[in-house]
Design a protein around this ligand. Structure first.
Ligand SMILES: [Zn+2]
Length: 386
């Protein structure tokens, strides 16, 4: 079984070009992980995802734990085997969905007590259970359970929550080491080479972020994530916290900014030393007809595209842009055809993954700052519709 490792190949300013080796192969950083909530990126087949350049997928523990269940997946040999995806997978801890989807949730020192949004069954997600569930799923990177604080929060609330997350992280790590030592009786470990990442919390407060980063690093993980950002705070605040925390984390380990963001956010946070990203934005927006292009954002529902024969993005080489016109994409969307979701998702993910590829090339050639200036000046943030 190959083990997890990470190496930085080149740097340009704070931006890093790296490679992450996992039991299911390598992914290159900075990396964007498409979100495959239920073990699939909605509307796409895995080969489409691979063709678009996805080297790693994210799957949601909360959803898979409730349906079809982690034990059922373990009996199929783990998530890779079950869903037929051979490349790396990262699973979250389930915490974020407990806080955003579950009913009647109560947080105690023990864990998060909640009722399933599917059938109301009562569940207790503890740091140990989140670790066990991800061991059964057999992802390549598992995340510790953390508390997701609502924004805005007071300094006192953020401090209490952050310190509980640190205690939970220590428990999750202890459990992980037990499983690795073969002491996790009753837990089928589907991927013995699984890595575990800690998560830095602390809201928008630099002193709490520093304390959280130091305490989490002291516990010791294979990589570190920054949680609790991209939850409604101003962009500049997100960038500042990402920069502060990245600078405090061990340089030889991967840094993952959870839940971000827009294409601009990716470029800006790579510039501050972030290596990994995930976000539902490209896939969710695609299904709503909101498309990212090199010339600006397109809302394909707009009547102005009804007889527009141009490709969605002339600079894009994805299947959608090579074969179809804006007029056809608008028609499919207005007619409620499932194919609209597929073609739109394929394009949006291609745009995100191409952007990451261009970022990696720019770091390799030490031209990242030029790339960044041009990217931010380009129309990518504008709407073509107005
Ligand atoms: Zn395209």
């Amino acid at each position: 079984m190959r083990e997890f490792s990470f190496s930085v190949k080149a740097t340009d300013g704070a931006a890093r070009l790296g490679a992450c080796h996992t039991p299911h192969g390598v992914f290159h950083t900075p990396a964007f992980m498409p979100v495959g909530t239920q073990g699939t990126v909605k509307a796409l087949r895995h080969p489409d995802l691979e063709d678009a350049g996805a080297e790693i997928m994210l799957a949601n523990t909360y959803h898979l734990l409730l349906r079809p269940g982690d034990e059922l997946i373990a009996r199929r040999g783990g998530l890779h085997q079950f869903i037929g995806w051979r490349r790396p997978i990262l699973t979250d801890s389930g915490g974020y969905q407990v806080f955003s989807l579950a009913h009647r949730r109560v947080i105690t020192e023990e864990g998060a007590d909640f009722c399933s949004h599917l059938d109301g069954t009562r569940q207790l997600l503890t740091p140990e259970r989140a670790t066990d569930v991800q061991a059964r799923l057999g992802s390549d990177i598992a995340m510790v359970l953390d508390e997701c604080l609502a924004f805005p929060a007071t300094h006192d609330d953020a401090a209490i929550s952050m310190r509980r997350s640190v205690r939970w992280a220590a428990r999750a790590r202890r459990r992980m080491l037990e499983l690795r030592g073969g002491a996790g009786s009753g837990v089928a470990v589907c991927n013995p080479g699984q890595a575990q990442f800690g998560i830095v919390q602390g809201g928008v407060f630099p002193d709490l972020r520093a304390e959280s980063a130091d305490s989490t690093v002291e516990i010791g993980f294979e990589g570190y994530a920054i949680g609790g950002l991209s939850v409604g705070e101003p962009n500049e605040q997100m960038y500042a916290i990402a920069q502060q925390v990245a600078g405090r984390l061990p340089p030889e380990q991967p840094r993952y900014l959870m839940g971000a963001g827009t294409p601009d956010d990716l470029v800006e946070c790579v510039a501050r030393g972030i290596d990994m990203f995930d976000c539902v934005m490209p896939t969710r927006n695609a299904r709503n007809g909101q498309l990212f292009t090199s010339q600006g954002r397109v809302n394909i529902r707009n009547a102005r595209y009804a007889e527009d024969d141009r490709p969605l993005d002339p600079a894009c080489r994805c299947y959608t842009c090579l074969h179809h016109s804006r007029a056809y994409l608008r028609h499919l969307f207005m007619a409620g055809e499932m194919t609209a979701g597929t073609l739109n998702t394929l394009h949006n993910l291609s745009f995100y993954l191409d952007t990451m590829r261009r970022i990696r090339d720019a770091i390799a050639f030490r031209t990242f700052d030029n790339f960044r200036q041009e990217f931010l000046l380009s129309a990518s943030r504008l709407s073509l519709d107005s």
